[in-house]
Ligand binder design. Sequence first.
Ligand code: DGY
Length: 323
Amino acid sequence: MTRPKLVLTRRWPEAIERRLEAEFETILNPDDRPLGPDGLRSALETCDGLLATVTDRLGPEVFAGLTPRARLIANYGVGVSHIDCDAARALGIAVTNTPDVLSDCTADLAMTLLLITARRVREGEAELRAGLWTGWRPTHLVGTKVAGATIGIVGFGRIGQAMAARARFGFGMEILVYNRSAVPAGILARFGARQVGGLGALMGAADFVSLHCPGGAANRHLIGAEMLAAMRPGAFLINTARGEVVDEAALAAALAAGRIAGAGLDVYEHEPRVPAALLAAPNLVLLPHLGSATAATREAMGARVLDNVSAFFAGAPAPDRVV
Ligand code: DGY
């Protein structure tokens, strides 16, 4: 019996690549160069399953006029806003993702950004390395206290809840939640959290705002000039969700004007491009999309893709099917 043919768009953890090769006809990408729109189209025309990542812009242009051989796009990651899911559905292509396994590490990174920005870690290290540290003094690099502060969590799915656990049980923070649908009372009670009706109310009441909602058209520029203006002057914005959720120009302007105290970003609207205005903005920590980047989690994500691919091609329901 012929084995389904899979194309990996990037290099994956080696152990997962070996497992895929053992089960499927597997085309690897040893050079780790993104395929680009033409490469993605040709992969969809010639393979049974495309094993994609967030770096593959599978937008309408990739699907237009396509006669795919592929029946599955198995995404290595939980967010699927880089995939035109309607176009995939119309062509009879299923889409799966990898929820759960990256929630802890993504929340860890969000808390890392929160602490680095609040406690001025980068400035302190740069000063010391430059030989400019003159010694301890009561007024030196004074930051913002995290313990007991109020955090506003936008999006209360798995990652938002993992962030709430860290904030509540690690730092005794008060938790406000903004979520499209009502969060069950039992889940809120677990974190002593309170759901607010409007995003503006959360922005105005939080010392830290951390974004954990999906990206895509529905949430594009959810945090723009108006919401930034609603934030407390001493507040911080943290984004480990998707770049398009924040209007980057508006954020750069708010930071330059000292409207908010600082921000930490792990994701950008047009990755890997980071706008010059952000690079120049003060009190901003920028990371290169590292949310899930630990060895354990990257392997777990690969294993989750493998579970989906194996089930799908065995004719069973794929456990994490989104389309
Ligand atoms: C995710 O899983 O969505 C990560 O951001 C990587 O794509």
